[in-house]
Write a protein that binds this ligand. Sequence first.
Ligand code: GUN
Length: 170
Amino acid sequence: MPTLAELNALDRAAFVARLGHLFEHSPWVADETWPQRPFRDADHLHAALCATMRAAGRDRQLALIRAHPDLAGRLAQQNRLTAESTREQAAAGLDQLAAEEIARIQTLNAAYLERFGFPFIICARLNHKSAILAAMEARRHHDADTEFATALGEIEKIARLRLDDCLQVP
Ligand code: GUN
């Protein structure tokens, strides 16, 4: 695993190869953050990545949100998630659900998508399945702007944990 000093020394393509996965299927976040090197520490790098995401237009932010797989969704059932997503869903206990729990989450996912036009995002590694279900029940009543903002905030948490996984602290 690279140290921050090593990341700071990478050319653009190598930097994106290392960090492109921090934002699901959205390597443009790392790509557009690269010119701001050097980063002082993990907090600085994470803040810069998040600022890139925040500065992007609403269309690209929406595409980023939509790039996330449903929790306990079809891709998860078919083992077709990225390695990170597989780990995240397992950390929340979503790989150990009873059939009725899968059905309940899938019903809530579908209702959420129908209402907001993007999937339900929560940082699965920071929430176990009961907290995820409770959040799904509560957040479906919010307005779309609130949920859009919540999704971006959860994506920042997901990216932070992924960054910590791939950065060697000296
Ligand atoms: N979709 C909703 N939450 C998550 C998460 O924590 N990780 C991934 N990969 N997808 C999600």
